[in-house]
Design a protein around this ligand. Structure first.
Ligand code: HEM
Length: 375
């Protein structure tokens, strides 16, 4: 879990309480995955002019699911209709130095004047079947998806058309959370998103109290019904006798069901992990196949001593019996007999010799001397 360390590096020095660049760069220099973000930060678009002139991003890859249950990965993008504008460093010093709330002021004044800030909303969509076809992990938050392969598709717009009346009630008490989704949108199996799903509401219960979802700024605006109404700071007035579900005395019924993915979240995102599993499966299959072949050989010819008699010699280390067979498996027949060479060569020579050793033991039980070889 890198998140707490990242926050510590970004926050002021715990000794002096001064925010210092050396601490930030020290931490991020140990994380090559941060390079992409730093190229943006130190580029011309590093300092947005204000909130109206900057892009927005869902950051995470989410999932879109249709009613038939078909899922697609999705990335959300917001593009300001008034364009992206940025400040150079000396401009930022002047603008920020004159008014440290300049961006909030610009937003408030624009909305009050009826010059409503507007963003076009786009999505990029990917079939999960293509997930492993890219040279990057499409769920990784440190990556953006190439727009020439996965084009931005317009789906709507977002307009800020009203200023709030009370900053504390309608802004400070807001509880945003990546787990709050609507039917048709679902999470992706990405560990950073998975941790955010639970951690925000945990904090909000602590920051605002267990009934934070009853606050007008956070409560659903549509008709809703639940029985979460006790605990600290409950201000919902209810006079029903039935505060449970289901009940024959309460007409509340289940909401319409929408499909969600049935896959169990594993948290494993590394392609190397899949590769290892595949290699293991191949080795196990070949080992089994090889075991069958060798077993059949020795069942047909249990006294198959040609070339092996030379190996049997009391008093030598049993493991040496693997030696010649290893060579035959790897380089071809050392006995001149075709069945002693193996086409699957290197990959198999360990398993092959291992089987041989077992079978030699089985077939030489009459001989009290443990199978031994000249090597
Ligand atoms: C791409 C990564 C992340 C982004 C873009 C992000 C963004 C944000 C933003 C914008 C807020 C302020 C929300 C508000 O104003 O209500 C916030 C708050 C918070 N974030 Fe993150 N965050 C990220 C990763 C994480 C992770 C990995 C964790 C923990 C595992 C985390 C835990 C929290 C918590 C607990 C809060 C406070 C929530 C509250 O009290 O309302 N965040 N984050």
């Amino acid at each position: 879990m890198k998140f707490p360390d990242m926050v510590h590096a970004l926050k002021p020095n715990p000794k002096s309480h001064i925010q210092e660049n050396w601490r930030i760069l020290d931490f991020f220099s140990h994380h090559p995955e941060s390079l992409h973000m730093f190229t943006f930060l130190f580029d011309d678009i590093g300092i947005p002019q204000d909130y109206r002139h900057m892009d927005g991003s869902g950051v995470h890859t989410y999932t879109l699911i249709d009613k038939a249950g078909k899922a697609h990965y999705v990335k959300f993008h917001w593009k300001p209709t008034c364009g992206v504008k940025n400040l150079l460093e000396d401009e930022a010093i002047t603008v920020g130095g004159a008014n440290h709330s300049h961006a909030t002021q610009d937003l408030y004044d624009s909305i009050a004047a009826g010059n409503y800030p507007e963003w076009k909303v786009f999505i990029q969509v990917m079939d999960p079947a293509d997930e492993d076809r890219f040279d990057f992990d499409p769920l990784d938050v440190t990556k953006t998806w190439p727009e020439d392969i996965l084009p931005l598709q317009p789906v709507g717009r977002m307009v800020l058309s009203k200023n709030i009346d009370n900053f504390f009630a309608e802004n400070e008490q807001l509880a945003f959370c990546p787990s709050v989704i609507v039917p048709g949108i679902y999470y992706s199996d990405y560990k950073l998103l998975q941790t955010r799903i639970f951690s925000y509401s945990d904090t909000q219960k602590h920051r605002l109290g267990p009934n934070y979802l009853q606050l007008p700024a956070n409560a659903p605006k549509c008709v809703h019904h639940n029985n979460h109404h006790e605990g600290f700071m409950n201000f919902m007035h209810r006079d029903e006798e039935v505060n449970y579900f289901p009940s024959r005395f309460d007409p509340a019924r289940h909401a319409e069901k929408y499909p969600i993915p049935t896959a169990i979240c594993s948290g494993k995102r590394d392609k190397i992990w899949f590769l290892c599993v595949w290699v293991m499966l191949i080795i196990i299959s070949l080992w089994f196949l090889n075991y069958c072949i060798v077993t059949v050989h020795y069942c047909i010819d249990p006294l198959h001593q040609t070339g092996k008699n030379a190996l049997l010699n009391a008093g030598l280390r049993p493991c040496l019996i693997q030696g010649p067979n290893m060579r035959s498996a790897a380089f071809g027949s050392h006995t001149g007999r075709r069945r002693d060479s193996h086409p699957l060569i290197f990959l198999l020579f360990y398993t092959n010799t291992h089987n041989m050793l077992i079978i030699f033991r089985l077939h030489n039980n009459h001989n009290n001397r443990l199978c031994a070889a000249t090597g």
